[in-house]
Design a protein around this ligand. Structure first.
Ligand code: SF4
Ligand code: SF4
Length: 691
């Protein structure tokens, strides 16, 4: 009786502290800025079933995350659900030896449940042991942090991880010992004998315990009951202040994931906003704060980040943890302001803490990001990074005018010549000289507008791709026209670099031009243009059917309108661009076109959704890069591992970056860098020349 009173007091105290901690975290969430994430509930439930309960990101083959670690997490995750009933049962048995959770008696679901529970107790025990080996013996680099940006992560104590894993193991052992002890201590009880039939592993434990006699088995069962109860109570209270808070927040975080197109950044209200971008911890939205709560510190994001791999001062995990630490340090202040000054109601609220941009998150960290989304793709609780990084860039550019000096030139070039190179805008259609390409002014009812984009119009190497694609369109008899000198830059670079003001003015001008011509269908051969026109122009009243070159060409080949002999018999490795691939799920079409052209398509270890960025995205194409820290060289080396004759790309920026990589390695004689459309054009033309 005394022991039961004692246990009740412990439980009440522990639950009181636990719920108080949860309440403080909830207030912290409420004190953050608003975010509309309560729409499209069926889609959110579907996403939660697939990504959270299905554990898809853990179980799929991901080059940055060992599969065995994924299975380990799968068993621990499901173990918590299955063993929840066992934990409640063991709490109840402190008070009554015959307690069962309603519905789980041996006459109802009890038997099959005991079998499942027995299996999961052993599986979770093995998973926890495996995790301990990974931490303590294998020293998996993903867990300890990548140098140099994750120095702090590497140097910090990981005691918490060990404690939690040992607790998990002890809870499993306690369950097995309790059931084994109960069986061994009651050899003549027919009901327990029936239960024992369903518990193969507990039966094994029972055999071991019965060697010590009935009294020993009974004491072991009682001790296990207490150990289980007390550990659970301590465990609960370790969750909110630690990375293991994700056990509670990860599923809601998946539920509230971004459902807008992945490549659509939030539109800033330039007319009414009182500030631009994010500079203080309370500027983050509640969903961004939930992201901070939900990080498991698994390191999948950093292990896939090209900036981390090229030793730049950015590792996404460290960025998030720096924000989280700062948030927790200032949580009282944030909650205070919520309670006394109000927030999220449109009223002015004093900012919390200091300006974090520059102090907590360094400028260089923000400028290192290529916005490639590899971190988000890898992250199991679906934490979003690109929006946070661009929001802080927006603050730097629009409020502080603080950015790398070369960006000044880029912005000016975009403003004055409507292209980042700053080449005379009058030259935009020079690539088409002598090609008989119609303009939209001459042919306003053309079926397709071919929007070329700045790289394809002004960069000498990429102009060759534009010409090749135009020839392919002509050969297939596609009814298309170009805007010619009326074409304008769509501003994608400015937006990713945080200059939302410049982006919006450029986007609006281009949308106006397109709408004046009543354009409906647009073909592009640049993933950045594709993403912006398709996913971001609807924010400005520009909704079009946007088709990428590989999709159109594949359709033309399949329908017989374009004859492409399979003559390109070269070992060809295809590099996925981030803005076709991860942002828009375009993976198959370029490969199918290469296959039709006869290329022997090879794959790099990191390909499709796990492909690595070339280093040019997020405006980094126009930023200077330390020669020792070049992303394009890393990606070129990965491509060279497949011993290719050709590196095929579908993006003008990738063309520049990988072409430069091949030049830097002095391999131009041996390995060509070609756009997929150039390959199609070359085989089509070589057959024409023969006939
Ligand atoms: S978007 Fe790409 S470069 Fe930026 S943090 Fe994520 S993985 Fe790194
Ligand atoms: S952000 Fe996601 S991938 Fe990165 S460490 Fe946290 S949970 Fe892992």
């Amino acid at each position: 009786m005394i022991s039961q009173i004692l246990f009740t007091l412990c439980t009440l105290a522990a639950l009181g502290v636990f719920f108080y901690q949860l309440w403080r975290r909830f207030l912290l969430l409420r004190s953050a800025a608003p975010a509309p994430r309560f729409d499209r509930i069926p889609d959110r439930i579907r996403a939660m079933l697939v990504w959270a309960f299905g554990q898809r990101k853990f179980l799929r083959s991901n080059p940055g995350a060992e599969r065995s670690a994924g299975w380990m997490h799968f068993f621990i995750f499901w173990g918590f659900f299955v063993l929840g009933i066992q934990i409640i049962t063991m709490f109840g048995r402190i008070y009554s030896d015959s307690f069962v959770v309603p519905g789980f008696s041996i006459d109802l679901l009890g038997g099959p449940y005991m079998l499942l529970r027995d299996f999961f107790e052993v599986a979770v025990l093995l998973a926890a042991a495996f995790a301990l080996v990974r931490w303590g013996i294998m020293h998996a680099p993903r867990l300890y942090g990548f140098l140099p940006p994750e120095k702090r992560q590497r140097e910090k104590s990981h005691l918490e991880a060990y404690i939690i894993l040992i607790f998990i193991a002890l809870i499993m052992i306690a369950g097995l010992v309790y059931d084994g002890g109960r069986i061994a201590a009651n050899p003549h009880n027919p009901q327990i004998a029936r239960e024992a039939w369903w518990q193969p592993f507990s039966n094994l434990v029972a055999r071991g315990l019965s060697a010590g006699g009935v009294g020993f088995a009974s004491t072991a069962a009682l001790a296990a009951l207490w150990v289980n109860g007390l550990i659970i109570l301590v465990f609960l209270n370790l969750l909110p202040p630690s990375k293991h808070f994700h056990i509670i927040t990860a599923i809601p975080n998946v539920f509230f994931l971004k459902l807008e197109p992945k490549g659509q950044l939030a539109k800033q209200d330039l007319e009414n906003a009182s500030r631009f971008g994010t500079s203080h911890i309370d500027h983050f939205t509640w969903k961004q704060v939930l992201d901070m709560f939900s990080c498991t510190e698994c390191g999948r994001c950093s292990s896939n980040c090209p900036a981390t791999a090229s030793k730049k001062p950015l590792a996404p995990r460290q960025l998030l943890l720096d924000l989280r630490d700062y948030l927790y340090e200032h949580q009282d202040e944030m909650i205070e302001k919520r309670l006394h000054a109000g927030n999220g109601d449109g009223g002015e609220t004093p900012e919390v803490g200091e300006n974090i941009v520059g102090s907590v998150i360094h400028d260089d960290t923000l400028w290192s990001c290529t916005t490639c989304r590899a971190c988000e793709e890898a992250c199991p609780p679906m934490i979003e990074y690109v929006d946070k990084i661009v929001d802080m860039r927006r603050h730097l550019v629009q409020e502080e005018a603080r950015f790398p000096k070369e960006m000044t030139r880029t912005f000016k070039n975009m403003e004055t010549q409507s292209n980042p190179w700053g080449i005379d805008a009058e030259q935009r259609f020079a690539w088409a000289e002598g090609m008989n390409v119609p303009t939209l002014a001459d042919k306003p009812d053309a079926e397709f507008l071919y929007y070329v984009g700045c790289a394809g119009s002004f960069d000498d190497r990429n102009k060759k791709t534009t010409q090749a694609f135009a020839r392919v369109l002509q050969k297939a008899g596609v009814d298309f026209a170009c805007l010619a000198r009326e074409e304008l830059c769509n501003g994608e670079t400015a937006r990713r670099l945080g200059n939302e003001y410049l982006y919006q003015s450029m986007a609006q001008m281009l949308v106006e031009t397109l709408n004046n011509y009543k354009v409906r269908r647009i073909i592009v051969n640049c993933p950045h243009c594709f993403n912006t026109i398709k996913n971001e122009f609807p924010q400005f009243g520009g909704s079009y059917e946007v088709i990428h070159a590989a999709d159109l060409v594949y359709q033309l080949i399949a329908s017989g309108r374009l004859k492409v002999p399979a003559d390109f018999r070269k070992r060809t490795v295809y590099h996925d661009s981030c803005y076709y691939g991860r942002y828009n799920d375009v993976y198959d079409e370029p490969r199918m076109v290469l296959d039709r052209a006869g290329a022997e398509v090879q794959e790099m270890q990191r390909h499709r959704r796990f492909g690595m960025c070339c280093g040019a995205g997020g405006g980094r194409m126009w930023l200077e890069e330390d020669p020792d820290k070049r992303v394009n060289l890393l990606r070129t080396e990965q491509a060279l591992q497949t011993d290719p004759e050709v590196i095929a790309v579908s993006c003008p920026f990738c063309m520049t970056m990988l072409g430069d990589g091949i030049k830097a390695k002095q391999l131009e004689e041996k390995v060509q860098t070609l756009d997929v459309m150039e390959i199609v054009d070359s085989v089509a033309r070589s057959r024409d020349a023969e006939s």
